[in-house]
Design a protein. Structure first.
Length: 263
């Protein structure tokens, strides 16, 4: 079991309740990363399902959970021959933190009938760049759990040269050797710096609603994350992320609605 597997572990208490312990290693300056929290919820949802994979997840972030004990409560809604549906809730100190709907099914690795190419061609890994390591007192613990190598123009905001477009692109893998799986993908769809940074905004940009789809089981190796946005308006922005595996296959898609950071 890897550190990530331990950090997302859900222990069954009864048919509908799971104990979890939210790991401070996935904090981003205080709050816990939303993708990490989805991975925790999905461990419980899949365990309670007759099917093996979380193919569609929608989560609404009501509050910002803190590291420590919590519970995931799973309410099965319907199970058919090919898919099952459940309502999930992350509860901490008796208060709902995240509400979600999860659809589970079992993917068999079939060849696609049709598949588009990537939304953007990435440079070679050796031509990509890392962000500087955060200061220990920053609370950006998430960085230590993963490796991100960025398409250089999309981190121009770091030196005061944002592209002016909402975009973020990088290669991703866990810091500890681990083949990507659906739970790693749940993390991956939410680990890029907010795309509004490239449009000139700064500050914590809290996710309000995030939906992602598991499209295929990923091959071992680096994942490619392609993030973009369509509209920044009235203090809100959208972010779309396309995830491709080392074989170039589309393995996950995500869209979230978030608040523009203040700071």
């Amino acid at each position: 079991m890897t550190k990530f597997d331990e950090a997302t572990q859900a222990i069954r208490v009864d048919d509908n309740t799971y104990d979890v312990c939210l790991d401070p290693g996935y904090a981003i300056g205080g709050p816990l990363n939303g993708g990490y929290l989805m991975a925790v919820i999905l461990r419980a949802a899949v365990d309670a399902s007759p099917f093996a994979h979380p193919v569609s997840t929608t989560a609404q972030f009501l509050k910002a959970p803190v590291a420590g004990p919590a519970q995931v409560r799973v309410e099965p809604l319907k199970a058919g021959r090919t898919a099952a549906f459940a309502r999930v809730r992350l509860v901490q100190d008796g208060v709902a933190q995240i509400e979600g709907l999860v659809t589970t099914a079992t993917l068999d690795g079939a060849e696609p009938v049709y598949a588009e190419g990537p939304a953007h061609e990435m440079p070679a890994i050796e031509d990509c760049a890392k962000l500087p390591d955060p200061k220990p007192e920053s609370g950006m613990n998430l960085n230590a759990q993963m490796e991100l190598l960025f398409d250089p123009p999309t981190i121009g905001w770091l030196t005061g040269r944002p592209t002016g477009r909402p975009e973020s692109r990088a290669y991703f893998r866990m810091a500890e050797t681990q083949d990507p799986d659906p739970y790693v993908l749940a993390l991956a769809v939410d680990v890029l710096p907010p795309v509004v940074f490239s449009a000139g905004a700064r500050g914590w940009a809290p996710t309000v609603d995030l939906t992602w789809h598991l499209r295929a089981l990923p091959a071992p190796g680096w994942l490619t994350l392609l993030g973009s946005g369509r509209l920044i308006s009235d203090g809100w922005f959208d972010e779309e992320v396309e995830v491709r595996d080392s074989a170039g296959r589309l393995v996950a898609q995500a869209r979230q609605l978030a608040r523009v950071g203040r700071g």
